[in-house]
Design a binder for this molecule. Structure first.
Ligand code: AP5
Ligand code: MG
Length: 211
């Protein structure tokens, strides 16, 4: 099963992908994580991506599509995958349909008023886990791997505002794109705790893959 995870910044795409990876064994491909790894490694892609990410804009389509196309040739995606943060505009969605077959788009719907607090309170680990300060109870290391937690450079109120603008202008139209293809499953309870959102998604996937 090949899945697109759609949702505004802070909707919980990464949180759900991590739980779904564990339950269903689907490879988790986050374009944001790939860009951040490139920035950390000082690669040419990282140098291009940084200025766009810091400005809350989309990294150019050619760069992003090439990365995903290459990633989908790797061995671990053969058993199915989740794309977290790709596609993010109509062009990317149309390109994706040329080099991959998508079975389902899971759209996590969350009230916009909750997003700023969720993102600005987020703490992340280099292993990909993310947390919120309200549930960390002062902990500063990752529960999964023990590494120190940190705040993403783009998780500040000014950049978050720009990321939300970009989402509403460029990415939200993809809800209709996948609806027209008959592939859309919207999680209306995105404001519920992560475990409840997960239960809704897992029930839907369970019906489709028999797990
Ligand atoms: P990316 O890394 O994809 O960021 P994003 O889309 O802005 O989404 P986030 O990672 O901020 O949110 P999330 O939905 O994963 O939420 P999370 O689970 O962490 O992209 C970053 C940048 O890279 C983009 O701005 C762009 O510049 C570039 N980029 C990436 N892909 C691109 C593409 N395809 N094309 C061009 N450019 C691209 O949860 C958030 C917080 O809420 C956490 O603290 C979490 O603990 C908490 N939380 C999660 N679920 C719940 C819940 N149910 N209830 C309460 N709290 C919750
Ligand atoms: Mg994420």
């Amino acid at each position: 099963m090949n899945i697109v995870l759609l949702g505004a910044p802070g909707a919980g795409k990464g949180t759900q992908a991590s739980m779904l990876e564990e339950r269903f064994g689907l490879a988790h491909i986050s374009t944001g994580d790939i860009f951040r790894a490139n920035i950390k490694g000082g690669t040419p892609i990282g140098k291009v991506a940084k200025s766009y990410i810091d400005a809350g804009k989309l990294v150019p389509d050619e760069v992003t599509c090439d990365i995903v196309k290459g990633r989908l040739c790797e061995e671990d995606v053969k058993g199915g995958y989740m794309l977290d943060g790709f596609p993010r505009n109509l062009f990317q969605a149309q390109e994706l349909d040329k080099f991959a077959h998508i079975d389902l788009c899971i759209n996590i719907d969350v009230d916009i008023n909750l997003l700023m607090d969720r993102i600005c309170g987020r703490r992340v680990c280099s292993c990909g886990e993310s947390y919120h300060v309200t549930t960390l109870n002062g902990a500063t290391t990752c529960k999964k791997c023990g590494s120190p937690l940190y705040q993403r450079d783009d998780d500040n109120p000014e950049t978050v505002g720009k990321r939300l603008d970009t989402y509403f202008k460029e990415t939200q139209p993809l809800v209709d794109y996948y609806k027209k293809q008959g592939k859309l499953f919207t999680v209306k309870s995105g404001k519920q705790p992560p475990s409840e959102v997960f239960a809704v998604i897992a029930a839907e996937l369970g019906k489709r893959v028999g797990k």
